[in-house]
Write a protein that binds this ligand. Structure first.
Ligand code: NAP
Length: 479
């Protein structure tokens, strides 16, 4: 396979690649070398932000129809080149082909949804105390927006963090995950082909630890949109507060799936299997805590264990494969340490808990107690905990016993119970009789507490990425 060398993408060109200032991108399936990418410095960040800042005034004035055309063209190009993008997702981050196809399709849909934004960025005419005065408000793009994205859905997130700002008239500097620079660079080339002007979208590769702070605190950056872990997100929240930047944060989850006694157990088992193990549990919306009422608990656990054990693991290009590798050694150790801690403190491993190479088998634990790391920390692997509860009140209380608040699902035939859960679960998103992993580009996507701050989505982008200006026209002196 031809190895890729990625430079940065600044002001419409890829910077030259210097092997002495680069880092390795490993294929997580076997940790072989997949690509090399430029190791960004503070100077690269400065150059990229200056390019975005320099492009902003003209870009902000571009007619909505132009931005709409560029975004539609981007969707068409991504549709045309879907197979190539899918292969990058397979090799760069270990996506089973099923997940890669889902991701590319969702990314295309996001571009099309973003294309609908430019004509919706509307103002208001306002009542005014003086008859001879016209009072209006208009929305203005805010300037350079820095996007920081995680490894797990690198294409969806790179597009969400760029298409929404670009649609609203802002320019962008993207810092992609160190695990996924290739897909970000390929996206930059696609945007250029679609016609976006130089400087509108820029990418700097490198370590977030080294160049995250210079990006977030750069004086020309007006807003930061972050998706990643709660630890890094809270660090960025602090910097943005101190430096007066707008910020949205999409962070981790410890998501509950609740199965009440009257639920359709087969549907709940299918949903629990998908929600816990899609992309080997490396999804912010993964169900890592399952609460089942006692009367159906045994039936549920037996069927769930059977379904999880039958998931195909290994060959990422086989469409039947669900379980692929865990992204890197640090994350593999985190999963192991959570499992070991739980077992040491008395949890039962119902299935799984072992590895084939870099792939962790689907793992179900019972007997998890609140002194275990896995009870309150995000594991980000194919590991879920099933707990038996007596009543629906117990299920609600247990589900809310976390500092995270991204998403929850509840399975029940009782619409009153379902709506009570929907109102009382402390999360940003609730699905009734559905999987926890759901996203659409136009919905207000996001969490509360340690899971997030602000929302993603088409309407949310207009709210978060523009600022109001109030304008009056006094006509009294003309009469
Ligand atoms: P991560 O370690 O927090 O990294 C996220 C991004 O932040 C990466 O680009 C990373 O760069 C960068 N970064 C690291 N330190 C930084 C710093 N000091 N300043 C600025 N940026 C910094 O997360 P991850 O492991 O890639 O992704 C998994 C996490 O993302 C999970 O917690 C998951 O729940 C969350 N997630 C949330 C959502 C959501 O919508 N709520 C969606 C997807 C994922 P490096 O790669 O160089 O470290």
């Amino acid at each position: 396979m031809k190895r890729t060398n990625c430079g940065h993408w600044i002001d419409g060109i890829e910077t030259s690649f210097d092997p002495q200032a680069s880092f390795d991108v490993l294929n997580p399936l076997d940790d072989s070398l997949y690509a090399r990418a430029a190791r960004g410095t503070e100077d690269d960040i400065d150059a990229a932000v200056r390019a975005a800042h320099g492009a902003f005034a003209d870009y902000a004035d571009s007619p909505p129809g132009r931005r709409e055309t560029w975004l539609i063209k981007s969707a068409e190009l991504l549709e045309r080149d879907a197979a190539e993008f899918e292969q990058v997702l397979v090799d760069e981050i270990g996506s089973p082909i099923q997940k890669a196809k889902y991701e590319v399709a969702a990314a295309i849909e996001t571009l099309r949804a973003a294309a609908g934004i430019p004509r919706q960025v509307a103002g208001q005419s306002l009542p005014t105390g003086t008859a001879a005065r016209l009072s209006i408000s208009v929305r203005k793009p805010i300037g350079v927006i820095a996007g920081i994205t995680p490894f797990n859905v690198p294409l969806i997130k790179a597009i969400k963090h760029s298409a929404m700002p670009l649609a609203t008239g802002n320019t962008v500097v993207l810092l992609p995950s160190e695990e996924a620079p290739v897909i970000a660079l390929r996206l930059a080339k696609l945007y250029a082909q679609a016609g976006f002007p130089n400087g509108a979208f820029n990418v700097v590769c490198g370590s977030g630890y080294d160049i995250g702070d210079p990006l977030v605190t750069h004086p020309h950056v007006r807003m930061v949109t972050f998706t990643g872990s709660t630890k890094v997100g809270n660090h960025i929240r602090g910097l943005c507060g101190k430096h007066g930047k707008r910020v949205t944060l999409e962070m981790g989850g410890k998501n509950a799936l609740i199965v009440l006694a009257d639920a359709d157990v087969d549907a709940a088992v299918r949903a629990a299997t998908f929600s816990s193990f899609m992309f080997q549990g490396q999804i912010c919306m993964s169900a890592s805590r399952i609460f089942v009422q006692r009367t159906i608990a045994q039936r549920f656990l037996q069927a769930f264990s059977r379904a999880a054990s039958s998931l195909v693991m290994g060959d990422l290009r086989d469409p039947k494969t669900v379980i692929g590798p865990i992204i890197n050694e640090k994350q593999r150790q985190r999963i192991d340490s959570h499992l070991q801690d739980a077992v040491d403190k008395g949890a039962n491993v119902v299935i799984g808990g072992d590895w084939d190479g870099n792939c962790c088998r689907p793992t179900i634990l019972t007997g998890v107690t609140d002194d275990m790391l896995i009870h309150h920390e995000e594991t980000f692997g194919p590991v879920t905990c099933v707990s038996v509860v007596e009543t629906s009140e117990d299920a609600l209380a247990a589900a809310n016993q976390t500092s995270f608040g991204l998403v929850a699902s509840v399975f029940t035939a009782d619409i009153d119970a379902a709506l009570r859960f929907a109102q009382q679960l402390n999360v940003g998103m609730v699905h009734i009789n559905g999987v926890t992993i759901q996203q659409e580009p136009h919905v207000p996507f996001g969490g509360v507490g340690d899971s997030g701050f602000g929302r993603e989505g088409t309407n949310a982008a207009i709210e978060e990425m523009t600022e109001w200006k109030w304008i009056t026209i006094d006509q009294s002196r003309r009469s």
